[in-house]
Design a protein around this ligand. Structure first.
Ligand code: NAD
Ligand code: UFG
Length: 332
C-alpha cells in the first residue's frame, strides 16, 4: 500500500512514517519544511533502513501538488501538514486560515482529480472547546467556544472533509483528534525540537533543562484539581503514530472520527516531578498566573478508538519523558 504523508518531516508525521515503514507500507513524504528539516529523512532511514521519497512542496501550490500525485498512484494520504502554534494563530489569523484550510482544499482537489479516495486527517481535541466537562467523547458538539484561529482551522477542515465525503461516496476519511502528544521514538533519533520559544509544556521543560530558558512558569496552582495545577491527557507520540496505522487498516466508507488519547489525566506538577526523578535534577520553576483559555482538566474518552480501531495507548508519561531525555542526549 502506497501512502503519502504530508507534513512527514514534522514531529508527529516523522514518527508515523517510521511506524508505517516498520509495518511494511510504501511511504512518500511531502513537506515545505516551514517547521522541519530535510535531515529528518536521514534519521528515518537510520531507524528503518528505508529513505522515503521526498517532495519539498507547499500544499498551497496546486500544480506542484498535482505533480506529486502524477508520479505515484497513492492508495491513501495521511495529512499532517499545517501550522500549529495556538498563540501565533491569534496574531496571524489569515496565515493560519490560508495555510491550513487553503492547503487542505488543494490537497482534496488533487485527490479528487487523481481519484485517491482515502484520507486520514490530523485534527485536535481543541475542536471540543470548553464544554464544562473533563472527559471528552466524539459525540460531543464541536466548533463552539473555540478560543483561537488554529482551533477553528481544525473544526472548519473537519467540516470541509465531511462535506466533500458526502458529495463523493467513494471517498473515505478518518478524522483523528489528538490530545497532548509528547515523547520521542525509542531510538533517540526523532523527537520534538522546535525553533525559538516553544508553546507546549514538554518542549518548554526540555529548553529549561538544557539552560536555553531560565525557568518553567507553571500557569496557575489554584485550579480545582488535586494539586492545583492543570491536568492533561499526554499521549506518547509512538502510540499516536500507531493510532494512524490502526485507522488506515480499518477505513470504512464515509467519515469516521476518533479521539486519540490515553484517557488518563496527569497534572503539570506531576509531569515536573517525573522529569526531576528521571534527570536527578531540580527543574527551576515559578508559579505564574493562569493562562487565558486553559481548562482545569481535559482528557479523552478513548473508548471508541479502542472498540472500532482496536487501538489503545501502551506507553506512559514516564516512558515519554525517558524517551525525550534519550533524544536530547543525541542532540548534544
Ligand atoms: P510539525 O510542525 O512538527 O509538523 C507539521 C509539518 O507540516 C511541518 O514539517 C511543516 O513544515 C509542514 N507544513 C506546514 N504547512 C505546510 C504546507 N502548506 N505545505 C507543506 N507542508 C507544510 O507539527 P506536529 O506536531 O507534527 O503536528 C502535525 C499535525 O498534527 C498538525 O496538523 C497539527 O496541527 C496536528 N496536531 C498537533 C498537536 C501537537 O500538540 N503537536 C496536537 C493536535 C493536533
Ligand atoms: N503549561 C505551563 N507552563 C508552560 C506551558 C504549559 O504551566 O510554560 C501548562 C498549561 O497551562 C497546560 C499544560 O501545561 O495546563 C499543557 O499545556 P500545553 O500548551 O502543552 O497544551 P494545551 O493542553 O494547552 O494545548 C494542547 C495543544 C493544542 C491543542 C490542545 C487541545 O498544544 O494544539 O492541546 O487538545 F489544541
Amino acid at each position: 500500500m502506497k501512502v503519502l504523508v504530508t507534513g512527514g518531516t514534522g514531529y508527529i508525521g516523522s514518527h508515523t512514517a517510521v511506524e508505517l515503514l516498520r509495518a511494511g507500507y510504501d511511504v512518500e513524504v511531502l513537506d515545505n519544511l516551514v517547521n522541519s528539516k530535510e535531515s529528518t529523512l536521514d534519521n528515518i532511514e537510520k531507524i528503518t533502513h528505508i529513505k522515503p521519497k521526498f517532495y519539498k512542496v507547499d500544499l498551497r501550490n496546486y500544480d506542484e501538488t498535482l505533480r506529486v500525485f502524477a508520479e505515484t498512484n497513492f492508495d491513501a494520504v495521511i495529512h499532517f501538514a499545517g501550522l500549529k502554534a495556538v498563540g501565533e494563530s491569534v496574531e496571524k489569523p489569515l496565515e493560519y486560515y490560508e495555510n491550513n484550510i487553503g492547503g487542505t482544499i488543494n490537497l482534496l482537489r488533487v485527490m479528487d482529480e487523481t481519484r485517491v479516495g482515502k484520507l486520514i486527517f490530523s485534527s485536535s481535541a481543541t475542536v471540543y472547546g470548553d464544554q464544562g466537562a473533563k472527559a471528552y467523547d466524539e459525540k460531543m458538539t464541536t466548533g463552539v467556544k473555540i478560543t483561537n484561529p488554529y482551533g477553528w482551522t481544525k473544526a472548519m477542515i473537519e467540516q470541509i472533509i465531511r462535506d466533500y465525503a458526502k458529495a463523493n461516496p467513494e471517498f473515505s476519511a478518518t478524522i483523528l483528534r489528538y490530545f497532548n502528544p509528547i515523547g520521542a521514538d525509542k531510538s533517540g533519533l526523532l523527537g520534538e525540537d522546535p525553533n525559538g520559544i516553544p508553546n507546549n509544556l514538554l518542549p518548554i521543560i526540555t529548553k529549561v533543562y538544557r539552560g536555553e530558558l531560565s525557568e518553567l512558569t507553571i500557569f496557575g496552582d489554584d485550579y480545582p484539581t488535586d494539586d492545583g495545577s492543570c491536568k492533561r491527557d499526554f499521549i506518547h507520540v509512538t502510540d499516536l503514530a500507531l493510532g494512524h496505522l490502526a485507522a488506515l487498516e480499518k477505513m470504512h466508507p464515509g467519515v469516521r472520527t476518533y479521539n486519540l488519547g490515553s484517557g488518563v489525566a496527569t497534572s503539570v506538577f506531576e509531569v515536573v516531578k517525573m522529569f526531576n526523578e528521571e534527570t536527578g535534577e531540580e527543574l527551576p520553576i515559578k508559579i505564574g498566573k493562569r493562562r487565558a483559555g486553559d481548562l482545569a482538566e481535559f482528557y479523552a474518552n478513548p473508548s471508541l478508538a479502542e472498540k472500532e480501531l482496536e487501538w489503545k495507548t501502551k506507553l506512559t508519561v514516564r516512558d515519554a519523558i525517558k524517551d525525550t531525555l534519550n533524544y536530547l542526549k543525541n542532540l548534544e
